[in-house]
Ligand binder design. Sequence first.
Ligand SMILES: [Zn+2]
Length: 254
Amino acid sequence: MKKEVLSDIEAKRYARHISLKHFGLEGQLKLLNSKVLIIGAGGLGSPVALYLAAAGVGTIGIADGDEVDISNLQRQIIHSTDEIGVSKVVSAKKSINTLNPDINVITYDTFLDETNMIKIIQEYDFIIDGTDNFKSKFLINKCCVKANKPFSHGGIQKFNGQTMTIIPHQSACYACVFNSPPPEGSVPSASVTGVLGSIAGMLGTIQATEAIKYLIDYGELLTNKLLIFDATTMDFDKVNFQKNPDCKICGKKA
Ligand SMILES: [Zn+2]
């Protein structure tokens, strides 16, 4: 049911949004009536889920088939030590609802594949790619283009992060920029190269901010540009891209 007024408690909880110019009561109602799906309850999914929950995104879907491991806790701040061995989506839901009990959390305790992903993403307004491997990232891009769902791509490695926002059929997609996944095993995973825990927070909060901007329809999204940062120097750069007409995912011949 669409929410059209705020309760007194909600007005207090979201007071800093309501007093914010260009956000206001209208923006808050848009968030409360929005649905965001976060794919991956890990390093990126953690800050995204917590900030979207705090912001009052009415429905948050969270998909992950993994369980909490002690090695996750260095960066996956939605989970805690007493959740080791527990399903990540169960642990994430508990943290989200501790922060904000009004959020409707829908959990998918599974790794999404092409068949279930297309079906699930239909239910949402915006998708967050919080995965940690190229195969999943290309699959999310393919499904979001097919289902015409906007999404935020995010990736972290070592001391570096990158993110872009994709509005299918309007802006460059992930495959316009990166073409195809690198051969399996050619790029070492974070478990091999390591990753600075705090950069998951840096990148994830940018993804959460992009989702909120899209949902309240304010500001300029990171479309047609890849934001990259190097935390060792704190250099942030934006690299411009165009939609590739020959892209095999979103191009004319796709
Ligand atoms: Zn494309």
